[in-house]
Write a protein of this length. Structure first.
Length: 244
């Protein structure tokens, strides 16, 4: 398969402190790749750099083109989209208006297929359709995550980057969110998933990377990582059988 995203020697620093050090990863079209690791490992920083929101060194190639110096807005236009850990919804706007904003750059191009995408999002998240006129700030945590995902899908991304989508959610909601993530692969959307819930992430992903103190220390097919003693000891342990 052709690579949709190729990252080589990506380094990101805050002042004199290097948070990500010469990281390399590859994501093929139509695949789900996960990056797991402890708090403070640099996972969120890596996603922000890939989105162009933080200065970085190294090379980022998306859909065959170097985008290391491309502005975030242009990356969105090329099909790269980030759902941040904090979701960052417009709390004083309705669910439907938040979704409309997700397709803003398509409105400017007078894209006539936007209405069909509303149906797709509401099909994935029926609860959003029920609450489409409700203010985003009044939604539950799970509903906010659904809305954040739906808003991102309205931009028609080729690569959807998800930062801790299960954070702070009840187990049943986490299950629903990961079911949707798996379903999105069938629609052709490629996904880069950053997660602390290693068990759920490795179940849904095709390939995985383990990031520790800013460096990739282990990588491989998700099934191999899930049975790797180092990963089991550090990230799965007894939680694996309990969650299953």
């Amino acid at each position: 398969m052709s690579a949709l995203l190729e990252v080589h020697e990506l380094s990101v620093a805050y002042g004199n402190v290097e948070v990500v050090h010469k990281a390399a990863l590859r994501l093929e079209e139509g695949r789900i790749v996960t990056v797991i690791g402890p708090n403070g490992a640099g996972k969120t920083t890596m996603l922000a750099a890939l989105m162009g929101m933080l200065p970085s060194h190294g090379s980022v190639v998306f859909a065959g083109k170097e985008i290391t110096r491309v502005e975030p807005e242009q990356r969105v236009g090329r099909g790269l989209c980030l759902v941040p850990e904090r979701r960052e919804l417009f709390a004083a706007m309705t669910v439907e208006d938040n979704l409309v904003l997700g397709a803003f750059h398509r409105y400017r191009k007078r894209d006539k297929s936007i209405a069909a995408d509303f149906h797709q999002v509401y099909g994935l998240f029926p609860r959003l359709q029920e609450r489409r006129q409700q203010l985003a700030g009044t939604l539950s945590g799970g509903e906010r995550q659904m809305l954040a995902l739906g808003r991102a899908l309205m931009s028609r991304p080729r690569l959807l980057m998800l930062d801790e989508p299960s954070l702070g959610l009840a187990p049943l909601i986490v299950r629903d969110i990961f079911r949707v993530i798996a379903a999105l692969r069938e629609t052709g959307v490629s996904i880069l998933l950053v997660e602390q819930n290693a068990h759920a992430a490795l179940q849904v992903a095709d390939y995985g990377y383990v990031l520790e103190t800013g460096e990739i220390v282990i990588e491989g097919p998700s099934a191999d990582l899930a049975s790797d003693p180092r990963v089991i000891e550090s990230y799965l342990g007894l939680v694996s059988s309990h969650t299953a």
